[in-house]
Design a protein around this ligand. Structure first.
Ligand code: SAM
Ligand code: SF4
Length: 331
């Protein structure tokens, strides 16, 4: 393989350019979604292992210099990082500040939505897989449905509309129930196919609902028409009953969009990853704490992107699930 470029955009060997950085601000979580974590949780990172606020701001500043225009904060549960509002404010004050989005389970958002919006957050996705509080307890192992409902409402009140809801499509749930609930409340819903990223390594095709199954269920109650101009967006979007309301489906497993991927990831312990499913990562924290210059850190980021694989390979015979679970990578 040729040497990675030392200038220009953050590019891989297939010509894809990274403009969207996903940052995991913590690996901890207050839910235990069955497709993500075991009931007992995971061995969380210790504070010294995690990037400090100053380290995070420095690294994100370097990614922005490399052409990142969209920053998404995730986790674990990002609202559990005590300094989150301050971090958002600091990211929004960077030169050429990126647009800042948040993916959250919504618990605590009733208190934090307005401070986050005031600090510079521009978009929010709240994860919710069911509209039944009993099913919520089964799927997340915590009785917190009412907290999420309050969080969603607070996000709308804070002016973060259109508030998006992300749902992993689960067997036993009718996707049309969730769509009806979101349409009533003005939330924009996107379904995600369940991926092999659970810490327990129990995923199988039999445990997921496919794009086609989701569309069939929705089609039984709503008429869907394709919205054109998808660009590099992973979601395939449909107008519901002629519009203007929309619903999306992210078919990472059955219709991967790797060819148009524009993402790169930074973990809470300072590893750069070119893909959710990457088998290796580059450490930025160690060199940074050893005194690396900005140029040296940028070179490591470029090196990591240059090693990005053509696709994730789920379903191929040599596919191997990454060692890190979703909560430690940042979904
Ligand atoms: N805790 C926050 C939340 O749930 O929104 C942020 C982190 S979570 C890992 C980010 C997103 O990944 C959520 O929408 C969650 O539903 C999704 N997710 C987790 N495990 C998944 C899996 N195995 N397949 C597909 N999506 C998954
Ligand atoms: Fe926590 Fe999000 Fe994983 Fe659920 S999906 S356990 S809310 S990190």
């Amino acid at each position: 393989m040729s040497a990675h470029p030392s200038s220009g955009p953050l590019v891989d060997t297939f010509g894809r350019v990274a403009t969207d950085l996903r940052v995991s601000v913590t690996d901890r979580c207050n839910l235990r979604c069955t497709y993500c974590m075991p009931a007992e949780g995971l061995p969380w990172m210790s504070k010294p292992e995690m990037l400090s606020d100053d380290e995070m701001v420095r690294l994100i500043g370097l990614f922005v210099q490399l052409g990142i225009t969209q920053l998404r904060l995730t986790g674990g549960e990002p609202l559990l990082r005590r300094s989150l509002v301050d971090l958002v404010r600091r990211f929004s004050e960077l030169p050429n500040a990126p647009r800042i989005a948040l993916t959250t389970n919504g618990i605590g958002l009733d208190r934090l939505a307005q401070p986050l919006a005031d600090a510079g957050l521009s978009r929010i996705n709240v994860s919710l897989d069911t509209v039944s509080s009993e099913r919520f307890l089964q799927l997340t192992r915590r009785d917190r449905f009412a907290d999420v409902e309050r969080g969603l409402k607070a996000a709308t009140d804070a002016g973060l509309a259109p508030v998006k809801v992300n749902a992993v499509a689960m067997p036993g749930e009718d996707p049309a129930d969730l769509l009806a609930w979101c349409l009533d409340r003005g939330y924009e819903l996107r379904f995600i196919e369940q991926m092999p990223l659970d810490a327990q390594h129990e995923w199988s095709r039999a445990t997921m609902l496919s794009r086609q199954e989701i569309l069939d269920s929705l089609g039984a109650r709503f008429s869907l028409s394709t919205v054109e101009n998808r660009g590099s967006a992973p979601a395939e979007t449909f107008y519901v009953n002629g519009g203007p309301h929309k619903v999306g489906v992210i078919a990472s497993v059955t219709a991967p969009f790797c060819g148009a991927c524009d993402r790169v990831r930074l973990t809470a312990d300072g590893q750069v990853r070119n893909c959710l499913f990457a088998r290796s990562e580059n450490d930025l924290r160690g060199p940074m704490r050893d005194g690396a210059s900005d140029e040296q850190l940028v070179d490591l980021i470029r090196l990591n992107m240059w090693g990005k694989a053509r696709g994730h390979g789920i379903g191929t015979p040599d596919f191997v699930q990454p060692d890190r679970p979703m909560s430690a990578i940042g979904g």
